[in-house]
Structure formats: C-alpha cells, structure tokens
Design a protein around this ligand. Structure first.
Ligand SMILES: Cc1ncc(COP(=O)(O)O)c(C=O)c1O
Length: 375
C-alpha cells in the first residue's frame, strides 16, 4: 500500500467480508421460515441484547427515532409537556419530541465532553417552572459520539424535579459507566441500528431497553398499533414501530463480533489520543465512563485547514454538526433567549475523524499526524 492510500471513514465492506458466510446463512434461514415480521430472530435479538447489556427487557423498533417516540408515548408524554434535550445532537432527538406532541426545551452542552450540561439543565427546568406554561416531564440526554452522558448528575437533577430520564444512545452502544453497559444506565434507553452505527443492520432498525418488563410490554403494544397481547383490540394508541426479522438477523451476526470490534475501536482511539493530545485538548469523560467510540470527534480552531490537509492525504472527515438544533429552521421557534453558547461554539470547531475496527495502526497514526501537522 502506498503512503496515502484512501482510508474509509467507516468500513462496512471490510466488516461484511469478515462475516459474509454467517450473514448469508442467517438471511437464508429467514427466507426458509418466512416469518418476516416478528420472526424468531426478533425474539432472539431482544433476548441477546438484554443479556449483553444487563437490561431487564429489550424491545426492537423500526429505527432509533421511532424507539424514542415509543418510549415517550409509553410515559404518556404529549401536548403541554416539556422535554429537555441538548441542542448539539442529531435532529432526530428534537423531531421525536415534536412527533410525540410535546415541546422540546433546548439545553446547552458541556464544552469538555459535548454532552448535556446538568447545571444548564437545572436552570432550564427552573425557567420552565417559573414561566408556568409547560409541564417539565422528561430529559433526553444524548451520548454524543459514543460517550455516555453524566447519568448520575442528570439523574440527581431529574429526580429533584420529578422528570423521567430517557437516554438517546443511538451513537453509544458499547459505552460503559460505573461498570454498567449503555442500555442499563437509566430506566429507559433508546438506540439505533442505522448501518453506520457501531452496531448496525443493513437498513433501518432500533431498540429500547428498560429496567422494567412491564414497561417493555407497553412498548411492545405501542409498536403494534397499541394492541393487546392477542393483537385483537387496540387498548391504547400505537403505531407500526416494528423492526423486521431480516434486520434482526443481521444484527445478531454483528453482535457476535461486537466485543472484538469494540476492543479494536478502543485501540484506534488510544493511538489517536496519544498523538493528538500532544497539541489539542480531547474530550474529558465523566467519572468512570468509557466511550463506545461510535464516532471520534475533536475540536480544532482552524477546521477548514485541517479538513483540507486530511483531504489532500485521502483521509475523509465529517462535521457533526454544522448547526445546533435551536438554529435550524424547523426548531428555531424553540430557541432559548440568548442562544446556547457552547453548542454554537462547537458547531464551528467540531470535526469527526475516521473511526472503525478495520483500520490499521499505521492508518490511525497517519490520520492523527496529519491533523497535528495542520494545526
Ligand atoms: C443521537 C441520535 N438520535 C437518534 C437517531 C435516530 O436514529 P435513526 O436514524 O435510526 O432513526 C440518531 C441517528 O443517527 C442519532 O444519532
């Protein structure tokens, strides 16, 4: 390989080459039994994900946006309710709140790790209470780029004001806090199996994790038009929120290699960290917290120049996110007065580097050195 061979941002092709025979066998099994919806793979994956994470129960859903919506519907969230979310996240977090009929209240993030700031969360809750128009009901921390948010700090604020906590872990499967896996860090967790995620399928998929089997059964009903167990009558309002058997089959194969892949992601991150920390400040995780490294993102003052240097060396990079949510057309009517300074600053400086388990050490060193040389 020559010095500047292209490096993939995420290498699904290399992953597929490693697992193709198992994928083919799993797809064949679905075609043979023909239960395309709610087939045995759906039940098997729900069970395996619960065992893997330590959650009491897991419910697959059509995608990560729908899984957030189903969890909110299960808590009775709707019109007149305030749901607190960070403004530095993917648009789905805000869309899901609005689709559930509630009002998003944007909260600033912590500049040291890009996740929701518990101090600003408390300030925003108090402001909503003082205004008296909306009922504060829920907070949705997002584990941005794979790093779990500070659940003990958020839990303390939420507990004080009677708010439910729903974790948006679409980017953080494989993350850990205080010895527990993502999926088991609070009462409710939502994730996405979008193909580019660390644990993805070959289409759309998602899951909701719960510490209560009763709550999970309500989600199972909601994802099937709110029907009772016999699926005869709608006993509550629901939706079509199912993940199909083929997608579950794909995730089952990928879950079987996930721990090895996660180990490799951590090795790549360590190489990045050793080189990058010579010149830039890297995110500081909350205490006893490990990222699942769904993405690897840094902040740089001269982002255009760094991206240009990476491009010149055949290294892809991406900007998540160019705009905080409270500045987007669809959501700006919910922008807090005075804006959200940290989210606004991060959207100018954030840069995501290639991150996947199939990179070589030499490639990781090349990426980090190119960044350092362009600073
Ligand atoms: C933070 C976050 N929340 C929610 C979602 C939505 O997941 P999906 O695309 O599966 O609907 C994503 C997807 O990228 C995400 O990154």
């Amino acid at each position: 390989m020559s010095q500047n061979d292209p490096i993939a941002f995420i290498d699904l092709k290399a992953q597929q080459a490693a697992i193709r025979p198992e994928i083919d066998a799993r797809i064949k099994a679905v075609l043979d039994h023909g239960q395309y919806i709610n087939g045995p793979e759906v039940l098997e994956l729900e069970k395996e994900l619960a065992e893997w994470t330590g959650a009491a129960d897991v419910v697959l859903a059509g995608n990560g946006t729908e899984s957030l919506e189903i969890a909110m519907m299960g808590e009775g969230i709707g019109y007149g309710d305030a749901v607190f979310i960070p403004a530095f996240t993917y648009n789905a977090t805000a869309s899901a709140v609005l689709m559930a009929g509630a009002t998003p209240v944007f909260v600033d993030v912590d500049a040291s790790n890009f996740n929701i700031d518990a101090t600003d969360l408390e300030a925003k809750i108090e402001a909503v209470i003082a205004e008296g128009k909306l009922k504060p009901k829920m907070v949705i921390p997002v584990d941005l780029f794979g790093l779990p948010a500070d659940y003990p700090a958020i839990g303390a604020v939420a507990g004080k004001h009677g708010l439910a906590v729903l974790s948006d872990a679409a980017q953080s499967f494989g993350g850990k806090q205080n010895g527990k896996w993502v999926g088991n860090l609070c009462h409710m967790t939502s994730t996405s199996f979008f193909p580019a995620k660390a644990l993805g399928c070959y289409g759309d998929g998602g899951a909701i994790f719960s510490d209560s089997k009763e709550r999970a059964d309500i989600w199972r009903s909601i994802r099937w038009h709110g029907t009772d167990e016999a699926r005869k009558e709608s006993v509550r309002v629901g939706t079509n929120g199912r993940m199909d058997s083929l997608q579950a089959a794909i995730v089952l194969v990928k879950l079987s290699i996930f721990e090895d892949e996660l180990k490799r992601r951590k090795e790549i991150a360590k190489i990045y960290e050793d080189i990058l920390s010579q010149k830039i400040s890297l995110p500081i995780p909350p205490e006893d917290t490990e990222s699942g490294y769904g993405l690897y993102s840094i902040t740089v003052d001269n982002r255009d120049a760094v991206q240009a240097a990476l491009n010149a060396d055949n290294i892809p990079s991406a900007i998540y996110y160019q705009q905080p949510l409270h500045q987007m057309q669809a959501f700006k009517k919910y922008a807090p007065e005075g804006g959200l300074p940290v989210c606004e600053m991060l959207s100018q400086k954030i840069l995501s580097l290639p991150m996947h388990p199939y990179m070589t050490n030499a490639q990781a060193e090349r990426v980090a050195t190119t960044v350092i040389n362009a600073l």
